[in-house]
Design a protein around this ligand. Structure first.
Ligand code: SF4
Length: 378
């Protein structure tokens, strides 16, 4: 199973918390679409023996592209790659781009999964985060989307300053009332150099509190599990048969090609990342160069990635796999490092699979970093 990720590096406005790569100027949009198509063609040899099972438009805001532009890029994938019969084709979209007409048009395109950036149904949260949509648009677009799409995911952010537990419960309830089969939910985090970080430093916005976020996370897990969602990755919840195939493939270490500025790629041995600058990306592609840097993963890198993704997902970390793929030294190291978390009931081992306990889930990233193999040479 392999995937193609296409990064659309444009947004209508900058959300205060965001540190992804995007530009708010659409001036180079046409040029960019042609460059993305060219990169799709140029890199086809990398997938000579692969079947593409997922295509994912991420960003940025992919819904700023017209349907013709999206269809053009999908057709370039079909022309140049072997594509599975029923691939999952996801479009990340923002509510302000999803008018009824647009949703109807999209339903006639090869896109078969929408991932909608709702984030919150409260006006004050959307304003605080500087989202381009309002609460009415968030609800309206979902009402329309469920008429035409069965596979929909929505994003919700918790831990927003001012968002009480009661308000958070209501946000989840509102989402559930639409019957959406997949929810991705993240804590609001303060990344360096973002507008949010400046607003907090200057006292204009209160800093998010870990304790509040941790409570919101517990409410989220409990409510969604009660409503038939499977908590299959730390930030992702899906009904049976509605897990994101694209993201699951990343977490299971499958190959993917990342097209566009800042997009990452993985071929099983090395990771690559395209330059995160629209002008330099365009210039390179127009000069027949691939603006990509690559790094061959060491055994420790691969072990660390497996620990991180294994602990974050429902599949856990297989101790057998650690021994077979990385060797006894890594297995013994992992056992030694996990002991204190096992004693504190933050990790458990069942059927030779290491996983966080319900108590340890919210601390997963911190626990994983304590299990990383840092100082040994390969
Ligand atoms: S729309 Fe998404 S990518 Fe664009 S600024 Fe907001 S969070 Fe970032």
């Amino acid at each position: 199973m392999s995937g193609i990720y296409i990064h659309i590096p444009f947004c209508k406005q900058a959300c205060h918390y965001c540190d992804f790569h995007f530009s708010t100027s659409m001036r180079k949009k046409d040029e960019m679409v042609l460059a993305l198509a060219k990169e799709i063609v140029v890199r086809k040899n990398e997938f000579e023996n692969e079947t593409v099972e997922t295509i994912y438009f991420g960003g940025g805001t992919p819904s700023v592209l017209s349907n013709d532009e999206i269809n053009f890029l999908i057709s370039e994938v079909y022309k140049n790659y072997k594509v599975a019969e029923n691939p999952e084709i996801t479009l990340e979209a923002n509510p302000d781009d999803l008018s009824s007409e647009r949703i109807f048009e999209l339903s006639k395109s090869p896109i078969n999964r929408l991932s909608i950036g709702i984030q919150s149904f409260y006006e004050e949260d959307l304003k605080l985060m500087n989202r381009a949509h309002n609460s009415a648009e968030a609800k309206k677009c979902l009402e329309e989307a469920i008429k035409y799409f069965d596979n929909i995911s929505l994003d919700l952010i918790y831990g927003i300053p001012g968002l009480s537990d009661e308000m958070w419960k209501k946000n989840i309830e509102t989402a559930l009332n639409f019957g959406i089969p997949h929810i991705s939910s993240y804590a609001l985090t303060v990344e360096p150099k973002t507008a949010l970080s400046k607003l907090i430093q200057t006292g204009k916005i209160a800093a998010p509190q870990d304790e509040v976020a941790s409570n919101h996370f517990m409410i989220l897990v409990e409510t969604l599990q009660k409503n038939g969602f499977i908590h299959y990755e730390l930030s992702n919840f899906g009904k049976e048969n509605y897990f994101s195939k694209n993201n699951s493939a990343y977490w299971l270490g499958k190959k993917y090609i990342g097209i566009g500025p800042s997009a990452h790629s993985y071929d099983g041995e090395k990771r690559g990342w395209n330059i995160a600058n629209n002008s330099l990306y365009l210039k390179a592609i127009q000069n027949d160069e691939l603006p990509i840097e690559t790094e061959i993963l060491t055994i420790s890198d691969r072990y660390n990635e497996y620990i991180m993704t294994g602990l974050r997902t429902i599949w856990g970390v297989s101790l057998e796999k650690i021994e077979n793929e990385f060797g006894l030294e890594y297995l013994n190291y992992l056992k030694k490092q996990s002991q204190k978390f096992l004693n504190d009931d933050l990790l458990s081992i069942e059927n030779n699979i290491l996983k966080p306990t319900p108590k340890g889930k919210f601390l997963t990233d911190g626990i994983a970093s304590d299990l990383f193999y840092l100082n040994l040479e390969d």
